[in-house]
Design a protein around this ligand. Structure first.
Ligand code: F6P
Length: 323
């Protein structure tokens, strides 16, 4: 079947680079003479028919913009069969030959449900958490990491002047990819992630002590939100060694900002590939990337995969914080 008209949406937490991806979908579609519609506010837009026609002008000068011009949401209604049936009706009414959904695993579960109703769907991983197992890389991770690194570098200046301990909470939901990467990049005293068992005395208190013995008088503890709260960790440190740590929760600032070059280029490649997959008659796939190669995997297979923090990152962190 030749594809004439497609829809694109962003869903779940926004991530820098989503606009670059939408732009790429639109431009690739237009390049092949395919009409492209933006579905707004995630899967909700497919239920309510909240759509706009996208052309070159809508997406021009968006490659460098954070957020998502299509808005985003986490749709509870779409998780119900009734919601999905409404979405299917919208697709049929509008004559959409395929949907490209940019987001995280919640987005892909929605995509899978829609594809079971006979709609062609392609998912593109976009989440700062980088926690989609079938891909090494998710759009937004690089920008979010750089934002967190910049913030922590600033914190370090004042922590150094006052000879303090800082506990910084980094996003990531249940995953520690962002915290581990950021912790390595800022030269943290300790990094706590949900994937690694935590022995507080060994992994935090001893690291601070060792740093002190090595002549340091300020300490940077990075904690993934899935491994505990910065406030809780700070209170435990205070109890154990009578430091008075300052607490910083980086929060949603990590989700905004101008996307990095890496995010823009990966988003552009992924958007292109998603349209090519629809053109090739493929359905129910997630675009993914491994070591610079871009490929695709069945959504169900992708959702059932597991990944974890690279052992090398764990080993390097041990060496960097263990002397
Ligand atoms: O999944 C992206 C993410 O930013 C997580 O890191 C975080 O736990 C969550 O979304 C926050 O969600 P909300 O924007 O609904 O507060």
């Amino acid at each position: 079947m030749s594809i004439k008209r497609i829809g694109v949406l962003t869903s779940g937490g926004d991530a820098p680079g989503m606009n670059a991806c939408v732009r790429s979908v639109v431009r690739t579609a237009l390049y092949h003479g395919i009409e492209c519609y933006g579905i707004r506010r995630g899967w909700n837009g497919l239920i309510t028919g909240d759509i706009i026609r996208l052309d070159e002008k809508n997406v021009s000068h968006t490659i460098n913009r954070g957020g998502t011009i299509l808005y985003t949401a986490r749709s509870k209604e779409f998780m119900t069969v009734e919601g999905q049936q409404k979405a299917v009706s919208t697709c049929k009414f509008l004559g959409l030959d395929g949907i490209i959904a940019i987001g995280g695993d919640g987005t892909f579960r929605g995509a899978q449900a829609l594809s079971r109703h006979g709609i062609n769907v392609i998912g593109i991983p976009g989440t700062i958490d980088n926690d989609i197992s079938c891909t090494n890389y998710c759009i937004g991770f690089d920008t979010a990491a750089n934002t967190a690194i910049e913030c922590i570098d600033k914190l370090r200046d004042t922590m150094q002047s006052h000879e303090r301990c800082s506990v910084v909470e980094v996003m990531g939901r249940n995953a520690g990819y962002l915290a581990m990467y950021v912790g390595l990049a800022v030269g943290a005293t300790a990094v706590l992630v949900p994937e690694e068992p935590i022995d507080f005395e060994r992994d935090v208190i001893e690291k601070i002590r060792q740093a002190r013995f090595n002549g340091f008088t300020h300490y940077m503890i990075v904690v993934a939100e899935g491994a505990g709260s910065a406030a809780g960790i700070a209170a435990q440190i205070k109890d154990a060694i009578d430091l008075d740590p300052r607490v910083t929760v980086l929060g949603h600032i990590q989700r905004g900002g101008v996307p990095s070059g890496r995010d823009r280029v990966n988003a552009t490649k992924m958007g292109y590939l998603a349209v090519e997959l629809l053109r090739a008659g493929k359905n129910n796939r997630i675009v993914c990337t491994h070591d610079g190669n871009f490929t695709d995997v069945d959504i169900e297979e992708g959702l059932n995969m597991t990944k974890s923090i690279q052992q090398m990152e764990v080993d390097v962190l041990a060496a960097m914080t263990g002397i």
